[in-house]
Ligand binder design. Structure first.
Ligand SMILES: [Zn+2]
Length: 468
């Protein structure tokens, strides 16, 4: 039996009918049920809660200090042996990140596969000459042969820039943009490599972000070409909680695309007809992050922004979105543009530059905890249900859903919300089968189905496709 969430204990739940081998959960509509709009909250997994307590603000600061010490991490900066030995430039940064992953792996008996994805980028807009770009990543392989193919991924970009994107020698500390995101990826690797998960987790750091998302584009294309079952991408870019007086350190923004960048014409037509503009896989991932935020209560809460990214800016999650993968972006609430993409200097009493002293490492630690809890929850949980269908053979006021069983699932949950509501409002447990009939009209709400295991870990929810 699954634990029921507070929302499912409301009086809208009534009886379960067993028809053959399939339990059909019947849900009675009533005004109380319709009136309540409480989002489901799940019980925390004590092991995940203990793991995220290991996240350390001091360690994150050490990582960012080290990244800043390379002077510039511009993708166009030095990568030759002498510069690496001298600890300057992109090459030195890359080698240090690799060594750091390898150090974590040693501490867990070689549990991480440390890899690089290196390629020669040809001259383009912001790349004056052929340039080697290297992504560095560590794989924590899943322990369940049936689920190890499933992958969840966290990333940050280790390259930096100053006022001139073509400058390859002057300081470009990039403490917040994106030393903070790189440190989150590394810290998640350090903490989660001490645990085992049925599914696979990848800890990625990319380069070339400031040149046009080149590193993430190459990596996402590789994932697509190799047919990876990549379920989620968490991109952390500028999560330093810049210490400006107007900063709100109680929230981190989580950006997610609406209509998927990779949607075909036919898919866009269906989205238009069904009102699916706010139910892309990326948006379901954002809601999942929100739910994790309610389960593993920290001082920094996810603030969902239903938009791909900020105005005039892009990020590495988009590279994954373009290949059809669910991906979201974490960014601090309020950015200080004097502390991004700026030469380090003081002018008219204003300090410019992306310096470590402007980063709030207690904030970065909270963002890292939210990321780690999301990765751990998804990698612990079962696969999302496949082929989720909503039967629409005839005009009726009930809803019939059916799906295929998920590896690792002990049961399923149907979640739903009003079409005008941002987040799930109701949850109904389904045990002993892969279908459900609900006395709620599909015309009025948006449904999704997710799998759950016996410990209460949930998969991402999947919105049903109508089937006649
Ligand atoms: Zn950035």
């Amino acid at each position: 039996m699954l634990k029921t969430s507070p929302a499912s204990q409301r009086p809208c739940v009534s009886l379960a009918l067993v028809v053959g081998l399939v339990a059909l959960e019947m849900v009675q509509p009533n005004s109380f049920c319709h009136a309540q709009s409480r989002a489901p909250t799940n019980a925390a997994d004590p092991q995940i809660a203990a793991a995220i307590r290991q996240v350390s603000a001091e360690r994150l600061q050490q990582t960012v200090d080290k990244l800043v010490s390379f002077g510039t991490r511009s993708t166009l900066s030095a990568q030759d042996e002498d510069s690496i030995k001298a600890g300057k430039g992109a090459g030195a940064a890359r080698e240090w990140i690799k060594a750091e992953f390898e150090r974590y792996s040693k501490e867990c008996g070689g549990c991480l596969e440390v890899k690089t994805d290196s390629f020669l980028e040809q001259p383009a807009d912001r790349i004056p000459k052929p340039t080697q770009i290297t992504n560095v990543y560590a794989v924590l392989r899943g322990t369940d042969p049936k689920q190890a193919e499933r992958i969840v991924l966290v990333t940050g970009h280790y390259d930096s820039r100053n006022s001139d994107n073509a400058n390859t020698t002057d300081p470009a500390p990039g403490a917040n943009d994106d030393g903070s995101g790189t440190a989150v990826s590394l810290e998640c690797a350090r903490v989660l490599s001490k645990m085992k998960f049925p599914a696979t987790i990848i800890f990625l750091t990319v380069a070339g972000e400031e040149q046009g998302l080149n590193g993430s584009k190459h990596f996402a294309e590789m994932a697509k070409q190799q047919g990876w079952k990549l379920e989620a991408v968490l991109n952390n870019d500028i999560v330093g909680g810049d210490r400006s007086p107007q900063q709100d350190v109680s929230v981190v923004r989580v950006f997610s695309e609406g209509v998927p960048a990779a949607a075909s014409e036919a898919e866009i037509r269906r989205i238009r007809v069904l009102g699916g503009e706010s139910d892309s896989p990326s948006r379901e991932l954002a809601r999942y992050v929100a739910e994790v935020g309610r389960t593993y209560l920290g001082s920094v809460k996810p603030l969902l922004v239903f938009r791909l990214d900020r105005f005039l800016r892009g990020g590495d999650h988009y590279s994954f979105n373009q290949q059809g993968f669910a991906g979201v972006r974490f960014t601090e609430f309020r950015e200080d543009y004097n502390h991004q993409h700026q030469n380090v200097r003081t002018e008219n009493g204003i300090e410019y530059g992306d310096l470590t002293k402007f980063v709030n490492f207690d904030y970065v630690a909270e963002v890292a905890r939210l990321n780690a809890a999301t990765l751990a929850s998804m990698a612990s949980g079962p696969a999302p249900p496949a082929k989720v269908k909503m039967l629409t053979k005839e005009l009726e006021n009930d809803t019939h859903l059916a799906w295929e069983p998920s590896a690792g699932a002990a049961g399923y949950e149907v979640v739903w919300r009003a079409t005008s509501s941002p987040d799930w409002e109701h949850v109904q447990t389904v045990t002993g089968g892969t279908s459900a009939a609900l006395k709620v009209s599909k015309d009025n709400v948006i449904f999704a189905v997710r799998a759950a295991d016996s410990a209460g870990h949930r998969s991402l929810p999947v919105v049903p496709e109508p089937e006649r």
